[in-house]
Design a binder for this molecule. Structure first.
Ligand code: TXA
Ligand code: MG
Length: 337
């Protein structure tokens, strides 16, 4: 199969809609990362997403809608707080989990009795959903285990020959996947941190961050969000988080780079020189650049990537969560003087 890249203007949108209506898979831009979309209500179409990605069957997909009107048929009930959060944060990078209705096929929900729903902010994405007239299931458009794609080129690198069409909407604004929440004992429970932060959600009720967000799940432990248990976001290089900042981070990386080939260091606001690449001084910029830099490290044949530990508040928690998985939870504490 040849893979076409079309821009997100009217012609591209129509092409995507035509394919999706036929039950095919197409990659679409969103404000978080690119998604690999198909009709969420068509089990065969959704099966093809799993095939294209090489994704484990028990990992459920997020269902994307274009307006709040599309939500009630997908779910059994909508708690009041969900309406309040939708009003404030939709369209945007927030995914909410509900009890699913009968029209959601089991393959879409990975066999769970719940369904994850979000309304993307990206206009092209919503346009495509609206014109299709059905919700789109869309995981991130990377091969399973690889860093999520934040440009159409990233999608092409992973999906060339596997899907017919990629809609190019430019660089994703947020850069990490949406915040995933469920409602547990009256609390807002964060399963995956993202652009809508714990601090932002706390205006609406008590917020709890699932322990799997920052802790390595024990073998065979049941996790609330199946995606948490898989190794994720991994470039081919070995990634390590380095808990040192400024001069101490620079010195640690420089010392190692003298003895190691293929070492790249991602520092917050470092001068791009030698092995150093800048991944930004704010959590928002770090989120936006992280996956692209991990992919770039691969293109440069890096063997080791050392990343300065991000802050863990605000969007920083999302950056840290993705990095922990890319690094298989390996964090280095350079000896303190
Ligand atoms: O920003 C995003 O959310 C992107 C764009 C394309 O919208 N999509 C995305 O999808 O990140 P994916 O499939 O890569 O990640 C979905 C996450 C997984 O960790 C999955 O386990 C979790 O959401 N999830 C989906 N349905 C769930 C459910 N019913 N219960 C618990 N977790 C669920
Ligand atoms: Mg993903």
């Amino acid at each position: 199969m040849t893979t076409e890249i079309a821009d997100c203007g009217a012609a591209g949108v129509s092409k995507a809609v035509e394919l999706l209506k036929k039950g095919a898979v197409a990659a679409i831009p969103t404000e978080t990362v690119y998604g690999l979309a198909a009709n969420a209500l068509n089990a065969n179409a959704v099966r093809d997403i799993f095939k294209a990605k090489g994704r484990p069957q028990d990992n459920p997909l997020i269902v994307h809608i274009a307006s709040i009107k599309m939500l009630p048929p997908l779910v059994k009930e909508i708690p009041d707080i969900a309406y309040k959060l939708a009003e404030r944060f939709w369209a945007g990078p927030l995914t909410m989990i509900f009890k699913k209705s009968e029209i959601i096929p089991d393959v879409t929900s990975g066999g769970l009795d719940t369904v994850a729903v979000r309304m993307p902010e990206c206009t092209a994405a919503r346009e495509i959903i609206k014109k299709c007239g059905f919700p789109l299931a869309a995981p991130s458009a990377n091969l399973s285990g690889r860093p999520s794609p934040t440009t159409a080129k990233h999608v092409f690198d992973d999906m060339n020959g596997r899907i017919p069409l990629i809609i190019d909407g430019g660089e994703c604004k947020v850069g990490v996947e949406s915040t995933v929440i469920c409602f547990k004992e009256q609390k807002i429970h964060i399963l995956r941190p993202g652009g809508i932060t714990a601090e932002m959600l706390s205006e609406f009720g008590e917020v709890e961050v699932d322990k799997a967000v920052t802790a390595e799940p024990a073998k065979n432990e049941r996790v609330l969000s199946p995606g948490m248990k898989y190794k994720h976001y991994s470039p081919k290089a070995d990634v390590f988080i380095v808990n040192a900042h400024g001069k101490q981070f620079l010195e640690y990386c420089l010392k190692r780079s003298r003895f190691e080939n293929g070492l790249i260091a991602l520092g917050a606001g470092v001068a791009e020189d030698g092995c150093f690449m800048d991944y930004g001084t704010t959590s928002e910029i770090q989120a936006q650049r992280l996956f692209a830099l991990l992919r770039k490290a691969d293109e440069m044949n890096a063997k080791t990537v050392l990343v300065e530990k991000p802050t863990t508040d605000g969007v920083g928690l999302a950056v840290y969560n993705r990095l922990l998985r890319a690094a298989a939870f390996r964090e280095i504490e350079p000896a303190r003087k």
